[in-house]
Design a protein around this ligand. Structure first.
Ligand code: FBP
Length: 694
């Protein structure tokens, strides 16, 4: 063995310095990448043109509380051929702009800032951009930093929201609004850009209304990996096809999921259960399904539409109406999953990949009822007692005891008589970890925190239980490849035909299934004896025992949660370009004096040269929704449209992807995000499919 290198020599060696540096080649390449610019942004001073052809039905409450921005029109950023010197001067005047990240990170956020920064500085180098720290808290508490060229350059095309960090605080009181206004006034801001999801853009609308008299503009930017900010007009025109970050997160999840598919079809022993983020909508699941062709993907929105035809039929026969026939129950869902598992096993595939959306419980009737009732109880408790429910009852037993007392009428429930003995009984039948999950503290916007609940565990526990029943009934069996059977029988000098007829339900088929009544070595022996293939005193021939054991399923799962990893990933090319242009759009909107608008880009599904920067009136996207047990005005989340091309294509192809047949699995390997090179896909598959027209 050679002598050890001196450590100093090793660490200072150029090769070692290179490979151990914090900054690798990928990062250098990312930082130096210049996203494409929509041509209009290279053509100078823009103006905003109202687009009255795009209309929305206003919510009455939105009209009442957002009177100064509810009448905004969709605006298109366009070019004015003849700009006067005065207009140029006004457009290029020195500005101060604040930006804030709000909500969970989404890949591309830094590029929004880079887009704003580059565009602001292009028109006036003296303009300044301030970033509020730790999300909306920074705005309320006046914590900020001036964003410099170095900061922007270090974060170009990089994931996360680390430049400013983020938070989920909701600016929901007059006091917080006033403090935010004070911060912006003290800084002399012309405008504030809120980079956030549906709740943060809701906040942006309220801030725009509150700031109106001050002249400070507020612009939102549609961020969320969940993909649930999508905007269509009443006529069905798509104005915002997808929020930024969705593509990158879906690609990150899909790479991991397809790696598991690879592992699964190699080791053939696990069902990989992948829960993917999306606190309500199943867009990420749908995109991941299309990216990976996983064997089974659950789309919450579809489950909600489920109708149990058998129950309906029975009810009709009895001349009654069975309301429980509408909507999916946990029990029924576990049956649906088991059906796929059993069908694959029959072809020797006792493994697979399944994608479960994080927000699936929102679409399961009985659970949704609990979520709504518990929201109401917690909200009422907080209001009546002016205390926090979770602080008052910090442990599960205390919470359950409170619920029990309500159900027994020991607590005056006049304002919320919604928890009865039956609720209490049903709730207490759920496993403790799940009850705890359902009682978890709501986030500051009143959203149920699905990411904290082991959704996949509750579903898979029921699946395991029911598979046990199916195994007992002899229905869940692993198909034995006919060829393998022949080899084993030949080695044991046994006649495959006579034994085959005694033990298989489908002798002669390519995959042989042991008869349903053979569920133990004892029943196996009985079958052989009754077919006169052996005497009761003899032992079952070893090859037959071997075959029987091979047919006995052992259901093994590995569970995975894909969320935080994907939302922290570096943006894809699509998200880099999209977000950089969103940043520039935000600048052009505020320079055109827009407020209460969300920056968006139309035609994302078309070629880059057809991308069109626009502003969408946020107030028109709002509706009343139950939050923390009360109705609140919020932006309506966009759910998976069951009539969309993407969903219909997935639905038509999914049976093929179940691959419960003689053929191979049909997994797709999207591979890692390729930042350089021609082969990187340039937009989400759902977007591509939805853009196909006759
Ligand atoms: P946003 O709506 O803020 O984009 O966040 C969505 C999300 O990524 C969900 O998919 C997930 O349920 C949630 O964040 C988890 O957030 P956290 O654990 O940070 O509170």
């Amino acid at each position: 063995m050679g002598s050890e290198l001196e450590l100093d020599y090793l660490l200072n060696h150029p090769i070692a310095e290179n490979v151990t540096s914090d900054v690798n080649i990928e990062t250098i390449e990312r930082r130096s990448f210049s996203p494409k610019k929509i041509p209009i942004f290279s053509q100078g001073v823009s103006l905003l043109k109202d687009q009255p052809q795009y209309s929305f039905i206003n919510d009455k409450e939105s009209e009442r509380v957002l009177p100064d921005i509810i009448h905004n029109q969709v605006q298109k950023v366009t070019i004015n051929g003849q700009v006067s010197e005065a207009e140029k001067r006004e457009f290029s005047r020195k500005r101060k702009i604040g930006v804030v990240f709000s909500g969970g990170p989404a890949p591309g956020g830094h590029n929004v800032i880079a887009g704003i920064y580059d565009e602001v500085k292009k028109y006036n180098v003296k303009s300044k951009i301030f970033g509020f720290l730790m999300g909306p808290d920074g705005l309320v508490e006046s914590r900020y930093t001036e964003i410099t060229q170095d900061m922007v350059d270090a974060h170009r095309n990089m994931g996360g929201f680390s430049m400013l960090k983020t938070g989920r605080t909701k600016i929901d009181s007059k006091k917080k609004m006033d403090l935010s206004l004070e911060t912006c006034r003290n800084l002399g801001l012309d405008a504030l850009v809120v980079i956030g999801g549906d709740d943060s853009n809701t906040n942006a609308a309220f801030l725009a209304q509150h700031f109106k008299a001050s002249g400070i503009k507020v612009i939102g930017v549609p961020k969320t990996i969940d993909g649930d900010i999508q905007v269509k007009t009443d006529q069905g025109d798509v104005l915002c096809a997808i929020s930024f970050g969705f593509h990158s997160a879906a690609r990150a999840f899909s790479q991991n999921i397809s790696n598991l598919a690879n592992d699964g079809k190699s080791t053939v022993k696990y069902w990989h259960v992948c829960k993917v983020m999306g606190r309500v909508a199943s867009h990420l699941t749908l995109e991941s399904a299309l990216q990976t062709h996983a064997n089974l993907s659950l789309i919450g929105e579809e489950l909600a539409e489920y109708v149990d035809q058998d129950r309906l039929k029975k009810a009709k026969e009895n001349k009654t109406v069975d309301y429980n026939a509408f909507g999916m129950t946990l029990r029924h869902l576990s049956r649906v999953i088991c059906d796929t598992i059993v069908r694959r096993a029959a072809f020797g595939k006792n493994y697979g990949v399944m994608i479960v959306p994080e927000g699936i419980l929102e679409f399961i009737n009985e659970i949704q009822v609990f979520i709504i009732k518990l929201n109401k109880i917690i909200a009422e408790y907080n209001t009546i007692h002016d205390l926090d429910f979770h602080r008052s009852f910090p442990v599960l037993t205390a919470k359950l005891d409170y619920l029990r007392r309500i159900s027994q009428g020991m607590i005056d429930t006049t304002p919320f008589p919604i928890w009865n003995l039956r609720d209490d009984e049903l709730f207490n039948q759920l496993p403790p970890f799940f009850r705890e999950g359902l009682l978890v503290e709501r986030d500051l916007h009143g959203n149920f925190q699905f990411s904290q609940v082991k959704t996949e565990k509750i579903i898979m526990d029921m699946v395991k239980e029911y598979l046990g029943v199916l195994k007992e009934q002899g229905i869940y069996k692993i198909g034995i490849e006919a060829e393998e059977y022949q080899v084993i029988m030949a080695a044991g000098h046994l006649d495959p035909d006579s034994y085959g007829a005694a033990i298989f339900r489908n002798p002669g088929a390519p995959y042989l299934l042991v008869k349903e009544n053979i569920i133990s070595q004892k029943t196996l022996k009985q079958a052989l004896v009754s077919n006169k293939l052996m005497d009761g005193d003899d032992s079952v021939p070893a090859p037959i025992v071997d075959i029987y054991k091979k047919s006995e399923p052992n259901f093994k799962t590995q569970t995975h949660f894909y969320g935080y990893d994907g939302r922290g990933s570096d943006p894809t090319h699509f998200d880099c370009n999209y977000t950089y242009n969103l940043g520039m759009t935000a600048f052009h909107l505020l320079a055109g004096n827009a407020t209460g608008q969300m920056a968006a880009i139309r035609n994302l599904e078309l070629g880059f040269d057809q991308w069109e920067p626009i502003g969408i009136p946020i107030a028109k996207l709002m509706h009343l929704e139950e939050r923390k047990g009360k109705l609140e005005l919020v932006i309506e989340k966009s759910l998976v449209d069951l009539n969309s091309n993407a969903f219909r294509a997935y639905k038509a192809l999914r049976e093929k992807w179940v691959a419960a047949d003689l053929g191979p699995d049909h997994y797709r390997q999207p591979g890692p995000v390729r930042f350089s090179g021609e082969t990187e896909e340039d937009r989400p598959i759902t977007l591509v499919l939805n853009s196909i027209r006759a």
